[in-house]
Design a protein around this ligand. Structure first.
Ligand SMILES: Cc1ncc(COP(=O)(O)O)c(C=O)c1O
Length: 426
């Protein structure tokens, strides 16, 4: 860690809260306080975050997947520092060494015939690009997403996402978008036809509450889309770079998508970096006649590319997909013990790699468990599209002893919450 905060922690907490309330987002300020996190964050290293009051937290949210390499991984920080002394953002007038190198690396690690990359800054931008690519390539406009899917909150991504709450009030959304039940191959077969431009799916619905695609489902969707001349977009914004125990979650089913989106872990926990990847045919449709048909000012800048190159190299050098697989299996087994013990409160435990979801029977219980964890120095995540589910998503580099401690705190918080609520019912 660096230097602890040396000022008045209470004063900076109050000042920051009131600034959030007056200038950022009042509801968010209150929500963060409710979870028990009253002090602003100060510094972070590896799997630990420290606030201005010196409280330390084990990070099992990992920025919703951003911090797969933990916080400030030295290899990524060094790569970005080196680049800072050369050139920072895009000049747009020269070829950039780092962007070319990153493109080659992404092609090497990604499944199937994905070869070309478009670099951008956020997951939702990557999804927007992939949707545009699908429309221009097929000349069709219809897109099929999944109930409870989450692809971001700009118009195309939101239209393909599956929770009504985030759509209300923003209509009209995009024309031609429809939803089917996730994991239901028959429903997909009924929906895909000769007018479908693309199907967009996550392999594990993260914000939907860690819903893992049944084995063979994605392969079947691949077959259906190919048969109909539609494209398959796999959204690996959350799952890419080892999270589920493979470099890409699509590999579990051996699926080769036409387009793949990624973000979060791609920046190594240091820079915001996202990308969508496509096959040579899709790229010919998107850029064949005009190389600027889709473009961005900041995307693929040298700092971002330096971070992404270091992130991929480090993920490979540390064998993080395999680590995620083995630690994830043990974590899931242990969490299933909670379901055995508290079946009346815990409805399900599921996951893939180091992405686990614990589904409670009431979202109030889930909120209390999250707050209980925070009080004991553990951060676990709420799921946007399914508030019954708590996600446990630690950095892939987390030390085994620390993960053990984190799971102990989680178990204790579930036990404490259940005992308190059972006591209140008497
Ligand atoms: C699967 C998936 N796709 C897209 C997004 C949107 O990414 P961003 O928030 O960077 O726009 C998210 C964000 O959580 C996600 O989980």
């Amino acid at each position: 860690m660096t230097q602890p905060f040396s000022g008045d922690a209470e004063a900076i907490a109050e000042l920051t809260y009131s600034r959030y309330r007056d200038y950022i987002n009042p509801g968010m300020a209150d929500l963060l306080r409710f979870t028990g996190l009253s002090y602003p964050e100060w510094d972070a290293e590896g799997s630990i975050i420290r606030d201005v009051a010196g409280n330390e937290y084990i990070d099992c949210v990992a920025g919703y997947g951003v911090f797969s390499l933990g916080h400030r991984h030295p290899a990524v920080v060094a790569a970005v520092r080196r680049q800072l002394d050369l050139i920072t953002l895009k000049t747009h007038y020269f070829l950039d060494i780092a962007l070319g190198e990153l493109g080659e690396k992404l092609a090497a690690i990604s499944p199937g015939r994905l070869q070309y990359s478009f670099l951008c800054n956020s997951g939702t931008e990557a999804v927007e690009g992939a949707l545009k690519a699908a429309r221009i390539h097929t000349g069709r406009r219809n897109v099929i997403g999944a109930v409870n899917g989450f692809h971001g909150k700009t118009y195309g991504s939101l239209s393909a996402s599956g929770r009504e709450l985030y759509k209300e009030g923003f209509r009209p959304l995009m024309d031609g978008f429809g939803l089917v039940e996730f994991g239901d191959a028959k429903a997909m077969a009924d929906a895909v036809n000769g007018e479908t431009a693309a199907v967009i799916l996550e392999v594990v619905q993260g914000e939907g509450g860690v819903n893992v695609a049944p084995p063979g489902y994605l392969r079947e969707v691949r077959r259906l889309t190919s048969e109909a001349g539609a494209l398959l977009i796999v959204d690996e914004v959350r799952t890419g770079l080892g999270r589920t125990g493979r470099m890409f979650a699509s590999e579990h089913d051996g699926v080769e998508p036409d387009l793949l989106t990624m973000a979060k872990a791609l920046g190594g926990g240091v820079m915001p970096v996202a990308a969508f990847l496509g096959t040579p045919e899709v790229w010919a449709s998107l850029f064949g006649t005009n190389p600027y048909l889709h473009s961005t000012t900041f995307g693929g800048n040298p700092l971002a590319c330096a971070a992404a190159i270091a992130a991929i190299d480090t993920t490979e050098q540390l064998g993080l997909p395999a680590r995620s697989d083995s630690l994830g299996k043990a974590m899931l087994e242990r969490l299933k013990g909670l379901q055995g013990e508290f079946g009346e409160w815990v409805a399900d435990v599921r996951g893939l790699g180091l992405l686990a979801g614990v589904e409670f029977r009431s979202d109030d219980v889930a909120k209390l468990v999250i707050a209980g964890c925070a009080r004991e120095g553990l951060l676990v995540a709420y799921s946007l599209n399914n508030p019954l589910v708590i996600r446990i998503e630690p950095p892939l580099v987390i030390e085994e002893a620390l993960l053990d401690r984190a799971l102990g705190i989680f178990e204790q918080s579930v036990r404490g919450t259940v005992e308190m609520l059972a006591g209140m019912q008497i």
